[in-house]
Design a protein around this ligand. Structure first.
Ligand code: ARG
Length: 312
């Protein structure tokens, strides 16, 4: 999907028309702390504008009534070149999203692959390339087995890391690759092994202080040297500026109520900035080699999502 003529970043978002706190599936969500819909719409639009100002092209998947978390497109799947490995949500409340995302990807020229049924995998929320390596978070949402399978499927090294703090339940809440070999992270979200594994895999780790981690500093959208986060992350922004990045703050408090922020609201369709395959694909724009799906992962059959919404 790395266009031969276009070099603009492509990001998938989902308008927050049906967004709200209708259930509690992570430590942040409380039904008695509802969303201000108007404020959420404004914050979402401002995020979109900030990303467009940084040069991104935004594509939107239509929102679906009854699927309030569909705004968090990071969880749609894991994009790799022209291929997407679809998520298999652990919370039943989000499973209705799978068919809608599958249709969108199929309609937009992606080869859609599915993991076996018994696996849990929540897409770019739990799997992020840093250089050649896929760093993957497991236990709270995705499981380690699905991530090992991804390594076989994509022929890449996977480092599965256990997430130990329920407030940092997806990898993208505590780890953010900025470039091959450079990442932001919140150490307390990992165990000793995880911290050691990260230190070995990523040459430069920039620490996020606890208060800013809780403001979702790790949940950043990286576009070139621009890094877009929620407000309330001054130390991280200073650390980024010291290294030549251009941090941008945009308010996302209405989405923090659901346990999400800037990164969760986006899915990079042309490869994350830190993914070495993106860099290589850009150099070799002649087209990505398509590999056949190995055993265990099958191409999705095209689903008709028009009447399969979980509207309740
Ligand atoms: N309420 C959503 C959930 O619990 C938030 C998802 C945030 N997404 C993310 N990539 N961290 O699934």
């Amino acid at each position: 999907m790395t266009g031969t003529s276009s070099h603009r970043s492509r990001i998938l978002m989902c308008p927050p028309d049906y967004y709200g706190i209708e259930y509690e599936i992570n430590a942040w969500m409380r039904r008695d702390r509802p969303v201000d819909k108007q404020a959420a719409a404004e914050q979402w639009n401002r995020l979109r504008q900030a990303l467009e100002a940084a040069g991104a092209v935004i594509e939107c998947v239509p929102p679906v009534a009854g699927l309030p978390d569909m705004v968090f497109t990071a969880n749609a799947g894991l994009v790799y070149h022209q291929r997407v490995i679809l998520s298999r949500f652990r919370p039943p409340q989000r499973r209705g999203e799978e068919a809608h995302f599958a249709s969108w990807f199929a309609d937009h020229g992606f080869q859609v692959s599915e993991l076996p049924r018994e696996m849990y995998f929540e897409g770019a929320g739990d799997a992020l390339f840093c250089g050649e390596t896929l760093i993957a978070g497991y236990r709270i949402r995705s499981n380690a087995r699905s991530q090992q399978l991804l390594g076989d499927v994509l022929h890449c090294r996977v480092i599965p890391l256990e997430l130990v703090d329920p407030y940092f339940y997806h990898l993208d809440t505590c780890f953010c690759p900025l470039a091959p070999g450079v990442a932001l992270y919140f150490p307390a979200a990992f165990d000793d092994y995880g911290r050691r594994a990260l230190a070995e895999a990523v040459a430069e780790l920039i620490e996020i202080p606890a208060d800013e981690a809780r403001n979702f500093a790790a949940n950043a959208v990286v576009l070139g040297t621009t890094v877009v986060t929620n407000t309330g992350c001054p130390t991280v922004h200073r650390r980024l500026r010291d290294r030549g990045y251009h941090p941008v703050a945009t308010p996302l408090s209405e989405f923090v109520k659901a346990g999400g922020s800037a990164k969760c609201l986006t899915l990079r369709l042309d490869g994350e900035e830190a993914a070495l395959w993106k860099v290589k694909a850009a150099v070799n724009a002649a087209g990505a080699a398509q590999t056949a799906a190995p055993a265990g992962v099958k191409p999705a059959t095209k689903t008709n999502s028009a009447d399969s919404s979980a509207a309740k």
